[in-house]
Design a protein around this ligand. Sequence first.
Ligand code: ADP
Length: 484
Amino acid sequence: DIIRLNDPALFRQQCYVDGAWHAADNARALDVTDPSTGKVIGTVPEMAAAETRRAIAAADAALPSWRALPAKERSAIVHRWYELMLEHQEDLAVLMTREQGKPLAESRGEIAYAASFLQWFAEEAKRIYGDTIPGHQADKRIVVIKEPIGVCAAITPWNFPSAMITRKAGPALAAGCTMVLKPATATPFSALALAELAERAGVPRGVFNVVTGSASGIGGEMTSNPIVRKVTFTGSTEIGKVLLRQCAETVKKTSMELGGNAPFIVFDDADLDAAVEGAIASKYRNAGQTCVCANRLLVQESVYDEFARKLAARVSQLKVGDGREVGVTLGPLIDRKAVAKAQEHVDDAVAKGARVILGGKPHARGPCFYEPTILLDATPDMKIAREETFGPVAALFRFRDDTEAIAMANDTEFGLASYFYGRDISRVWRVAEGLEYGIVGVNTGLISTEVAPFGGVKESGLGREGSHYGIDDYLELKYICMSV
Ligand code: ADP
């Protein structure tokens, strides 16, 4: 079941370390499967600590000359990387759909989105301005400069196989840092294709390295090696906490984009049709497998039934299938475990009084597919209210007034994305300010863009990605005090 690309060299089955392609020391390889078909589409090296140590050493060796380049030169290289991603958008999208499952249209969109971070940070590279501060004594002059943190280690998830990489590698390389990346085991080919394009763009050897294989072996080396000055992670809160504990030993800087439990609130003055469209985009995109997916739909009681009816009508139009098929809008979940989790949440909700009005079981299309599902009468004691479902299951909760909606929305340890639909201007401000979240979408279900700061509060993480703030996560301040 081979992958056909216009440029076959983008399909790499080896790791990229110090500007060369490598197998694992033990010569072992891991299978990568297409979740739509269950078939193996290729293999990647099963690397561990020793190979990671060499990649970190390569990144360390490459650091002095990379950080010393004038910003304009680093910018040009990162910008070329961006252009190459767009030139190869179709091949990159095909690779992504095969290993991840999302519909081809969504993969194309992700490639453009991923590339946009390279473009944005290529531009920002030239604007890493410092500061001068009036001295505290007559003879003192104070200057603040910004410097790259150094060697960065990145660990990324499978739900956005390209974008979660570029929004770390883009600012890191733009700032003058070097990087070792461990992509998710389920989706390594998108990462390796990016490495191939980085090389073609002129990224010098050692500046960007990709190792695949054992999460604990690679992660353990990344978090314990003193050369690594920064660990940047996107994934679950559970693993994020493990990495934070491990990083404490050498006091590494960290960026953590962790889980969410996004509320999607529909007030009685909302445009219900717009709210339905927003809910579809936020809930069912990537088959519900994004950390900003609406996880709890909170609907005011006076519009509850009407919203549910409209949502069901729209969700039943979603077309489930292999992401390569024309017209498919809902692909498979990443693996069978993900299907089991969706089912567990549905069963738990039903046992506690929820009603299934659509779906509610695995989809006949194959073992990784789940039916687009809607549950009514969801309550806070259900698993679906507490944990990220990461599947195409919408649970509708009922609320009476704004105070109750905000309290319900904030009743979680997570604080990444939130959404609400309503039109009254003072309500809009009150609710936006009342939500304890890093991101608030008002009358929109789509909030991701490279120009805005993406990140969460509470247990959803540390740091921000994208926007002019995003490069700060890869910079240190140095204060120079001069006596004249
Ligand atoms: P997801 O639900 O996205 O798979 P995870 O947190 O399990 O979330 O995984 C995100 C990334 O973290 C993946 O690349 C995974 O391989 C990696 N990972 C998982 N466990 C560890 C670990 N103990 N140390 C380092 N990385 C890990």
